[in-house]
Design a protein around this ligand. Sequence first.
Ligand code: NAD
Length: 483
Amino acid sequence: MTPENLPKFLPHHIGGQEVPSRSGATFDIADPVSNQPYATAAAGQAEDIDLAVRAARDAFVGGPWPTMTARARARVLNNIGDAVEAQGERLAALETFDTGLPITQALGQAKRAAENFRFFADLIVAMNEDAYRVPGAQLNYVVRKPVGVAGLITPWNTPFMLESWKLAPALASGCTIVLKPAEFTPLSASLWGPIFAAAGLPAGVFNLVNGIGEEAGQALVEHPGVPRISFTGETTTGQTIMRTAAENLKGLSMELGGKSPVVIFADADLDAALDSSLFGVFSLNGERCTAGSRILVERSVYDDFVNRYAERASKIVVGPPSDKATEVGALVHPEHYAKVLSYVEIGKTEARLVAGGSRPAHLPEGNYLEPTVFADVPSTARIFQEEIFGPVVAITPFDTEEEAISLANDVKYGLAGYVWTENLGRAHRVSSSIDAGMVWVNSHNIRDLRTPFGGVKASGVGHEGGHRSIDFYTNEQIVHVAT
Ligand code: NAD
């Protein structure tokens, strides 16, 4: 279903104005159901990035945003949170149309995005700066200063929510911003400009340049006026960005890919583990960085688990994203769809297909795939090792706790992990043995915004979340005073 009042053109947002590219260049944006272009977007080039960085720099140097009291900034952030929440239905309609996410799952995105602004509003008001006293000699105190212009580069999965996860702490810290949204899904980012203006954010603090990663994204990373780049996306893109950013020694936050294990022991609450592990890989169309895409199951319950899992997966409703009954919608783009399908074909040669594996017969058009389950997947298989980022899961048996840990860690990624057991000691032991930034025990991916978010190994460098995000967007300066 096409949302009402769909824009035909998505401009940049620079210095408070909506503008096309200087060169006039555009690119087409299609929806993942018809795969037909529904609008064009301005295709930002280096000159557009330069204009946006200058606008952000002027807003930083000229103030008032970086020098406002934390309370004053927090008021604006809270206004933004309210405005975002008020746009919940509109946002969900746009996001569902542009990304292919099921509408029932897109409806939660505005609330989560709003919470990000409210959380960082609260955090900056309550933050303190350190002081160290050397009696009779020195008072040493720390001043926290916003770094300047922050460059934010974001992916196409849950785009608006992920943008908010960077925008909120960058703004809370007093930075000004240039955002480069993902080119597959730039629609929902067009809401930010009007929301920010209405909430009282001074013009020029927020700037947005649409465009292709290798053009607009690359130019943002190369720009000497942008001291920090916060990036979420593929590991290989992260590597390119790190190389490019080295030239100007930029601070980087890298939230990258994943291939997260779900480790299920025979003593677990197997009904709960089944529900959670289905949700963990098939919600958000499987296009979720923390997806539990490898399920490791203790052998004594393996056959039963695989049978039940396959049966449940084959009942998941695949359908149009805007249909309230849909549980898995359309994958974001034909290019990505082809990649996911190619992994399904590879999987058929590597393991035992127990559910799905094809386009659903009732959906001849659009980027649809049945929830696909492979069992008996060896750890050497490509579908075990590589991030597929779609509704495809690999199930593998294990015999001992040691083997479970070794299988869990036998990939290049280390974003998330999930452990299911009723044995308390084992829960702690296995969690801390998994090489991952985040582990959930007997639960799925529920976030506490105060906690660190980020991966290890090829899943990322640095952490976002709570004060760690503020650390990233600020410089700490120490002042030593003789007393
Ligand atoms: P991607 O790397 O293709 O693109 C992400 C962004 O980078 C886009 O805006 C793109 O235009 C830009 N980009 C591409 N090349 C660039 C370059 N050379 N210089 C600068 N910018 C460039 O990722 P994607 O396909 O949009 O997103 C899916 C990936 O994101 C998956 O690997 C997923 O795991 C990961 N992801 C990670 C997290 C996390 O928190 N760790 C969260 C969501 C998604």
